[in-house]
Design a protein around this ligand. Structure first.
Ligand SMILES: [Zn+2]
Length: 325
């Protein structure tokens, strides 16, 4: 029992930032909760939430990067310290957070098992190039150089596969609870089945099934419900489009009568989305609306639980269904 106490003292010494981060994630200051079972570090919130759903009370899960975009964010020193006692490090992979695994493997003093969830997906289930309808995007924000859309956690089928993979990995690390991990992964999958069915019902009578995403995040989500995602406003996450690009987007929306524009809570500067809405309205497209869709790339402190993933996905379904006609 001495390590958590030492961790607590260190956390106090390191000050508010560390405390805010770890308290936000449910653990005591600077470290892991004092409980038996595997210690799982997860690269960012959706991966952490799915891991929490599968872990239940039998394993501890903490996220890194909860407050910043996985597109190019950097873990804090306090997050790197969690590695000292972590057993598994779970990443999405697919070129998004792979660099973290490389970095962590080089930092950790003891071997840590990297679980790459993206590798559990069949090649046929992966979308291409930001999941847009047009080729030639700048994928500089991604690490791998390949053209796979990394946002697979936003596909319900993909999230179910992630849960199954996590149950197998946790079962391997903690044999006595293998059946419990498996049962929770199945319960998680059943919840997503219900969400899928509810979404299909909500979108069933929509004649208009197109939306303009803020960044190219929602391709797998759109696929889950037979919707169409137009080329995004921000091709490189975090970079607002040029005036020329804005005009191209406006033209595309006018041509295809795209009247639902997604904004994301993660991006404060979304003036481009509002400008597009105003321009479309000025040029005669009626009922243009902004709707908030959350790609789940960050999570406010204190909100992350095993239920968070399903709740946020459900909110996305309800919001988009409310906007489409
Ligand atoms: Zn993204």
């Amino acid at each position: 029992m001495t390590r958590p106490l030492r961790g607590l003292a260190l956390g106090v010494a390191l000050g508010l930032a560390v405390t805010a981060l770890t308290l936000g994630c449910g653990g005591p200051a600077d470290g892991w909760p004092d409980r038996p079972g595997p210690k799982v570090l997860a690269s960012f919130p959706p991966v952490a939430s799915i891991a929490m759903a599968v872990a239940g009370p039998d394993a501890a899960v903490l996220p890194v990067m909860s407050g910043q975009s996985p597109h190019g964010g950097e873990p804090k020193p306090s997050e790197l310290r969690l590695l000292r006692r972590a057993d598994l490090f779970v990443i999405n992979g697919l070129g998004l957070d792979d660099r973290l695994a490389t970095k962590f493997a080089g930092t950790s003093a003891r071997p840590i098992r990297v679980v790459n969830l993206g590798e559990s997906l069949a090649a046929k289930d992966l979308l291409d190039g930001g999941a847009c309808e047009h080729e030639g995007h700048d994928h500089a924000a991604h690490d791998s150089g390949d053209n796979t859309d990394p946002h697979a956690w936003l596909g319900l089928k993909h999230a179910r596969t992630y849960a199954t993979k996590l149950a197998a990995e946790l079962g391997q690390a903690d044999g006595p609870h293998a059946a419990d991990y498996e049962a929770r992964a199945k319960a998680f999958a059943a919840k997503l089945d219900t969400l899928q069915a509810d979404g299909v019902t909500l979108f069933k009578d929509k004649a208009d099934r197109k939306f303009l995403p803020f960044h190219a995040s929602m391709g797998y989500f759109a696929q889950s419900f037979g919707l169409t995602m137009i080329e995004p406003i921000q091709v490189v996450p975090g970079q607002e489009p040029s005036p020329k690009k804005l005009e191209e987007i406006v033209k595309t929306c006018l041509d295809r009568k795209v009247r639902v524009i997604a904004v994301e809570p993660q991006f404060s500067a979304q003036s481009s989305a509002k400008r597009i809405r105003d321009e479309l309205t000025r040029r005669g497209l009626t009922d243009v609306v902004l709707v908030e869709l959350d790609p789940l790339e960050t999570c406010p402190a204190g909100e992350l639980t095993g239920d968070w993933y399903e709740a946020k996905m459900r909110a996305n379904v309800v919001a988009l269904a409310g906007a489409l006609k």
